[in-house]
Design a protein around this ligand. Structure first.
Ligand SMILES: *Cc1c(COP(=O)(O)O)cnc(C)c1O
Length: 417
């Protein structure tokens, strides 16, 4: 079937909630993806950081296939031989006491909210139904009705109300606003260490440490959403480790399964996670043996192949190359590890056309917030591949600038006549 035909099918039969690039992928390996016409692309999105271990990593494939032939689902009505080992390995890796395993990222954020509220009522002594959670403007935590209740993006909310109360906004990175937002009923501050979806926004230096100190002082929990930036993406195991911050609840997803299968989790210490008792929460697939086996393999690959370290090294190599580029269309290059955003200037007329031109040259990126090109390749990327990628980006910026220059001159000529 042709590319057009697959796209037609999607238009006809699939709910229209995305605006993807018109590339139809049929297979992938490592950093490379191949479309139905056999064209090869360097994946610079990694499914929003879920395929950090590289596409179809053979060790994770083996774990998936082996486990699929043993047992895939018990539900939590019975125990299985993967959940315990998975939870122990994740706890030991991250230095926490306990895990709650779930499936999607949004579901894990929901669980973190429930846990923080329960802690607020049972430990902090907040009057029932009065708990407040502070969140940041420009946040992205998922798409459930409660989570969009505290989104600042009008598009995510329009016509989906009524919304869940109990959330209070502060501007991301604003320490004074954070202090002012605290009340005796505040149970938690929920924050992304770097805002990925909002354009790779980095907080000012010291912000996370300030937030951690404030949380301790005011007796509220620090919840970090590390779904996109955790597990090596920014060159540390957790992004909050750049600031020596240890959250009370860490939310994980995406790369936790290397992109094979939806696996998410929250981790916390026993005095907090121990507040959950039978009946408080549940999920038919959460902690299933197939997901747990896949996640165990995904974590082993991360550690054994030193992907966190590679993310730091290759990220530095890429950001230095991108920062050397001289183009009137580049406003700023920012990021950490292999999560890098190139924000284009107003004259550039949006990031999308750069993504389309990069796709032509075999690089698949997705713009975020209209003006930022995100580079988040799998963490297995090599120096040679980074250099090739940088060359393609340089060429695309040069080409688009030259093209616009010609068009501009033609316009000038026609108005002169
Ligand atoms: C992707 C993402 C989520 C939501 O995860 P889903 O698996 O899509 O529900 C939440 N928070 C952040 C920071 C994310 O990047």
């Amino acid at each position: 079937m042709s590319t057009e035909k697959y796209i037609e099918l999607e238009h006809q039969y699939v709910a229209n909630i995305y605006h993807p690039l018109d590339v139809v992928i049929e297979r992938a390996e490592g950093v490379w993806m191949y479309d139905v016409e056999g064209k090869r692309y360097l994946d610079c999105l990694s499914a929003y950081s879920a395929v950090s271990q590289g596409h179809c990593h053979p060790r994770i494939v083996d774990a998936l296939v082996d486990q699929a032939q043993q047992i895939t689902l018990t539900s939590r009505a019975f125990r299985n031989d993967q959940l315990g080992p998975f939870s122990k390995e994740l706890c030991e890796l991250l230095g926490y006491d306990m895990v709650l395993p779930l499936n999607s990222g949004a579901e894990a954020v929901e669980a973190a909210i429930k846990l923080a509220r329960k802690w607020g009522y049972e430990v902090k002594g907040v009057p029932n139904d009065q708990a407040e959670i502070i969140v940041c403007g420009g946040n992205f935590h998922g798409r459930t009705t409660t989570i969009i209740s505290f989104s600042s993006e009008p598009k995510y909310r329009k016509h989906f109300g009524p919304f869940t109360p109990g959330f209070k906004f502060v501007p991301f990175g604003d320490m004074d606003a954070l202090v002012d937002a605290v009340t005796p009923n505040t149970v938690a501050f929920l924050v992304e260490p770097i805002q990925g979806e909002n354009g790779i926004n980095m907080p000012p230096d010291g912000y996370l440490k300030f937030a951690e100190t404030l949380c301790r002082r005011e007796r509220m929990l620090l919840i970090t959403d590390e779904i996109q930036v955790g597990l090596g993406r920014t060159g540390k195991l957790l992004a909050s480790q750049h600031d020596n911050v240890r959250a009370d609840i860490v939310v994980l997803g995406k790369a936790l399964s290397g992109g094979f299968y939806p696996v998410s989790a929250i981790v916390a210490d026993k005095p907090i996670m121990g507040l959950f008792h039978p009946g408080d929460h549940g999920s038919t697939f959460g902690g299933n043996p197939l997901g747990a086996a896949v996640a165990r393999a995904a974590l082993r690959v991360l550690v054994d192949e030193k992907l966190v370290e590679n993310s730091a090294v290759q990220g530095r190599r890429l950001i230095e190359r991108l920062r050397r580029m001289e183009s009137p269309y580049i406003h700023e290059v920012r990021g950490r590890g292999l999560l890098i955003g190139v924000e284009v200037t107003a004259e550039a007329d949006g990031a999308r056309r750069f993504c389309e031109a990069l796709a032509e040259r075999g690089v698949l990126c997705k713009e975020t917030h209209g003006t930022v090109i995100r580079f988040a390749p799998p963490l297995v990327i090599t120096s040679e591949q980074i250099d090739w990628l940088a060359e393609q980006v340089e060429t695309v910026f040069d080409q688009i600038e030259a093209q616009d220059q010609i068009e501009h001159e033609e316009e000038m000529a026609s108005t002169a006549v």
